[in-house]
Design a protein around this ligand. Structure first.
Ligand code: GUN
Length: 297
């Protein structure tokens, strides 16, 4: 039986953060510039609070200045847009991240498109999305989670050319930008989603499978092509046998053993890469906006 490799996202993320920290220190020494990241948190969703706190801590640890703006869920769209305008004009801020989801009465794309695209470290602004799809990758800020997935894939498969890649899930945050990145790597890309017919048959074609549907252990072992590389973006909290809860991915991890050539675990796979890539984007944004040489990260 095939020995399935466990892709260590934590170790890869630690390496990337160390590289970002070194580049941040170099920027500071060369130009006196301290890169800065501002997270905007609207409302009191506990998961979003944890994410934003972790992003702030990680930035500080990498030598990136961390700012946070917290607003009540009742805030109007106009007030949020005014805050974005203030951050766009704030020279200390190289990266702006508006934590999603936003309250229902606020149009997220309108808010994202108000961010200076050069400061859009999430890569969600229409400018960045457009250039991502039209092949101008070197000009854009690339969404963090898909970029993290790509770095993990490249470690396992140095050349992705011609591979059959299936992305399961069509969100703006993961599925769509992941498809664009894999296309840029010359994969043959299928973007499958909840309305796709016969998902198991589509998945069985995949040399590379990226699962991002947010459904616990949705992908069964026998939907995976033998020898495939599986990237599991899901982070789902489910009840555990001991009455507590645990995190599982979108792929049945045990079912993938002996079938997949390699798979990312949950936790410890894609999750740590997202924050590392956010720090990477912040440093790149700082260098570009301030006319400094851009590090390769
Ligand atoms: N909510 C879930 N994932 C993300 C992300 O990558 N960026 C932001 N801003 N919000 C999110």
């Amino acid at each position: 039986m095939l020995a399935t490799k466990r892709i260590d996202g934590k170790a890869r993320a630690d390496r990337l953060v160390a590289d970002v920290a070194a580049a941040a220190a170099k920027l500071k020494a060369a130009s006196g510039i301290a890169a800065g990241l501002c997270a905007v948190l609207v409302g009191d969703d506990p998961a979003s609070q944890v994410y934003v706190r972790n992003k702030g801590k990680a930035a500080t640890a990498a030598g990136i200045q961390s700012f946070q703006e917290s607003l009540p869920a009742s805030i109007g769209e106009a007030e949020l847009l005014a805050l974005i305008a203030k951050l766009n004009a704030d020279d200390r801020v190289d990266g702006i991240l508006v934590q999603l989801p936003l309250p229902k009465h606020i149009d997220p794309q309108r808010v994202i498109d108000a961010i200076d695209p050069r400061k859009d470290v999430d890569g969600f602004h229409a400018h960045n999305v457009g250039h991502l799809w039209s092949g101008g990758l070197s000009r854009v800020l690339v969404p963090c989670t898909p970029y993290g997935c790509l770095l993990l894939l490249r470690d396992v498969l140095p050349d992705l050319t011609g591979a059959e890649a299936v992305v399961l899930g069509r969100s703006n945050i993961v599925g769509k930008p992941m498809a664009a990145l894999l296309l840029a790597e010359n994969c043959t890309v299928t973007l499958a989603h909840s309305k796709s017919r016969d998902i198991p048959a589509i998945l069985r074609r995949a040399d590379i499978l990226v699962a991002a549907v947010g459904r616990p252990e949705f992908v069964r072992g026998d939907w995976i092509k033998p020898g495939a590389v599986v990237i599991d973006v899901g982070i789902n909290r489910v009840a555990a046998a001991d009455g507590k809860s645990k995190l599982v991915g979108d792929v049945a991890f045990a079912g993938a053993q002996g079938v997949a050539a390699a798979i990312t675990p949950v936790p410890g796979g894609v999750g740590p890469m997202t924050i590392a890539c956010l720090l990477r984007n912040t440093l790149i944004a700082a260098c570009r906006r301030r006319g400094q040489p851009e590090p390769t990260l």
